[in-house]
Design a binder for this molecule. Structure first.
Ligand code: ADP
Ligand code: MG
Ligand code: MG
Length: 211
């Protein structure tokens, strides 16, 4: 089985729905270790993404076209750390997804490219209490799944579950990148908002593949 443009659009709409539903939770997580705007930032970005999707006069031809629309919109509409980080992730993901549908290795390549974009942009490694702590285990799980013969949808289930565990595992970490690093040791004991939104994004991808 492969994941086509309709899947990518459904992924996007599910991400937006879930970001809107969990906007206050994301704000609250960011209030504890940052400036309280992560839910607003994500909601503003995905509101603009959905508006652009709805305004399209012709359907998009490739998965990459959908990801590129998200990338350019987030880059122009979302300030702060998350806009450029997610923008770069979706842009790199788009570049390796210039095809009408993704198979399991294609999904792995897309997730790897997204993580590479985030690392290129933000220079964080694992253990620094950022979205990398959700993306990195997600990519590892995706690689393991695909290597073991899982199909594209199953690869996404593994990636989403690993991202959720990765987000929870940020709780004890001390932030050394981003705004939360200003708190030093006091950042420990709180879940990272960007790792949490990453889990939302990847669960939406998995749910869209199962629909
Ligand atoms: P801001 O901190 O500018 O208000 P957001 O609140 O929207 O931006 O996003 C904060 C999230 O961005 C953090 O929870 C963290 O996951 C992520 N982040 C911040 N800096 C980095 C970085 N250098 N690398 C990866 N992720 C980062
Ligand atoms: Mg913030
Ligand atoms: Mg901010």
């Amino acid at each position: 089985m492969t994941l086509d443009v309709a899947w990518a659009v459904d992924w996007t709409r599910r991400t937006a729905d879930e970001v809107f539903a969990r906007r206050s939770e994301l704000n609250e997580l960011d209030r504890q270790i940052g400036d309280g705007d992560h839910g607003e930032n994500m909601a503003r970005g995905f509101t603009a993404v959905i508006a652009r999707l709805d305004a399209l006069e012709e359907p998009l031809g490739t998965v990459g076209d959908v990801l590129k629309l998200i990338a350019t919109t987030l880059m122009s509409k979302v300030g702060g750390a998350a806009g450029p980080l997610y923008g770069t992730a979706y842009l790199r993901a788009a570049k390796v997804s210039a095809t009408p549908a993704l198979d399991a290795p294609g999904v792995v390549a897309m997730l790897e490219a997204a993580l590479e974009g985030i690392v290129a942009r933000g220079k964080a490694t694992t253990g620094e209490k950022t979205m990398v702590d959700a993306w990195s285990p997600a990519v590892e799980a995706a690689v393991a799944g695909s290597t073991g013969g899982a199909d594209a949808a199953a690869v996404l289930v593994s990636a989403a579950s690993a991202a959720e565990l990765g987000a929870v595992a940020t709780i004890p970490l001390v932030a050394t990148k981003g705004r939360a690093s200003y708190l030093g040791e006091r950042s420990a004991g709180h879940q990272d908002p960007g790792a949490t939104s990453t889990a939302i994004v990847l669960r939406a991808a998995s749910d869209a593949a199962a629909a």
